[in-house]
Design a protein around this ligand. Structure first.
Ligand SMILES: *Cc1c(COP(=O)(O)O)cnc(C)c1O
Length: 426
């Protein structure tokens, strides 16, 4: 037991945690590569990259060096009236990497706030163009876009964690992801019927994360993009989870862009933006969105500005993370992880209590049926030397891209063992 653990825990309030009954959190003292070291000396192989952020593994020396240099020069400065090199470079690089003319970057410090900014941009875009009636947002079942009030209203109303607040959230419009012809007609009709009131559709491209690791194909995404264009509605791509290689391309929306040439109008990034080192998020707008804010009227400007926006340390970390995507074979590593996840998770499909096995890029999800003892499963994973944290109805792996195949096999092996044990008692 570390000397900080018990006295400190008495004052901590943990996320998504029933503090009365939940098992005590594990004290972690250091990290390196794909491993976390606990206070008692045990090592866990990380199967979920610290909420999908640590794509280069932990303590990458290139990111550490960049942050140390920045710390010695300019750790932070306010971003109104002042600008600094790490943010300017990062914005330029993101614009160069993103498809089409997604080229104007607004920095914030968390994914939820990046989505809030995207919503504000969308509503004010239409207001500035004289369509103030377009104020509603269409979102998809199984979606997740954050924990703040405006973003909670865009999360799956049943599976989401936010049912409790239903009465105090803005009223938005839920749709089904249109992955067959009937649903496509329904989605088209929805936009035709409500288009005059709708500012934007928001989607997590290809993989819906925290709402249950549901996956759809690029054709579905391309259809959504084309329908938005037909009905004069903006498309917001929430790539906070999918961005930076997780689905196999640098950005998931590239797969749809390749089919039809359609690009989302606004795109949100966070999670892996700094390689899991410092909090940073970005909302990136296409040129036409930005241009709708250019006016002689000061009130037409975007009215947002978080105190710590474009934090220089975080921007330096993000630039270093992009260096690593350039210098190291990240997308090839993701392809190898995908192949191995497909092979090694497939046997889980035959287990009692397993509804589905889904793999896309470096994401492997096993959907469960029946009663799910989340705390018990989490404990058993830790006992097997891995850090895996099932939620809702899914047990999933989203390892750092630098994981080698032996360590990945430890993760998939643990998945099979934990789910087999569960099947045996079902
Ligand atoms: C994590 C996540 C968010 C919220 O990001 P925070 O940094 O936790 O606020 C929003 N959208 C998606 C798709 C996410 O995965």
């Amino acid at each position: 037991m570390s000397d900080w653990q018990n006295p400190g825990l008495a004052h901590l309030w943990l996320p998504y945690t029933q503090m009365k009954t939940a098992a005590a959190p594990l004290p972690v003292v250091s990290s390196a590569g794909v491993r976390l070291t606990l206070a008692d000396g045990r090592e866990l192989i990380d199967g979920i990259s610290s909420w999908w952020t640590a794509c280069h593994g932990y303590n990458h020396p290139h990111i550490q060096a960049a942050v140390e240099t920045q710390l010695a020069t300019l750790p932070h400065v306010m971003f109104a009236g002042l600008v600094h090199e790490p943010a300017a470079r990062l914005a330029q690089r993101l614009a160069g990497l993103l498809p089409g003319d997604l080229e104007r970057v607004f920095f914030t410090e968390s994914g939820s706030v990046a989505v809030e900014v995207a919503l504000k941009m969308a509503l004010q875009y239409w207001r500035n163009l004289g369509h103030a009636g377009k104020q509603r947002i269409v979102y998809f079942r199984h979606g997740y876009h954050g924990d703040t009030f405006a973003t909670m209203a865009l999360c799956d109303p049943e599976e989401g964690m936010h049912r409790l607040f239903a009465g105090s959230m803005p009223d938005q419009i839920m749709a089904e992801l249109p992955n067959d012809d009937i649903m496509r007609r329904a989605f088209d009709l929805l936009l035709e019927t409500h288009g005059e009131r709708v500012a934007a559709v928001i989607v997590e491209p290809l993989v819906q994360g925290a709402g249950g690791m549901q996956m759809h194909d690029a054709e579905t995404l391309a259809f959504v993009a084309a329908a938005c264009r037909r009905h004069r509605v903006l498309l917001i791509a929430d790539e906070i989870m999918t961005g930076f290689g997780r689905t196999g391309r640098l950005f998931a929306c590239e797969e749809a862009a390749q089919l039809t040439g359609t690009t989302p109008d606004i795109l949100c990034l966070s999670k892996a933006l700094t390689g899991g080192t410092l909090p940073l998020a970005a909302t990136v707008a296409r040129r036409h969105v930005f241009e709708a804010f250019l006016s002689d009227d000061p009130a037409a400007a975007l009215m947002h500005g978080p105190t710590y926006m474009a934090n220089a340390l975080a921007c330096a970390a993000a630039n270093a993370s992009l260096d690593l995507f350039e210098r190291e074979p990240r997308l090839a590593q993701v392809a190898a992880i995908e192949a191995q996840l497909r092979t090694e998770l497939e046997p889980c499909r035959r287990l009692t209590g397993v509804a589905d096995v889904r793999v896309k890029g470096a994401i492997g999800a096993v959907e469960l049926t029946g009663e799910i003892d989340l705390d018990g499963m989490r404990r058993r994973f830790a006992e097997l030397g891995v850090w895996v944290r099932p939620f809702g109805k899914v047990a999933y792996l989203m390892p750092p891209f630098v994981i080698d195949s032996a360590d990945l096999s430890v993760l998939t092996g643990a998945m099979h063992r934990v789910l087999s044990a569960r099947a045996a008692t079902a």
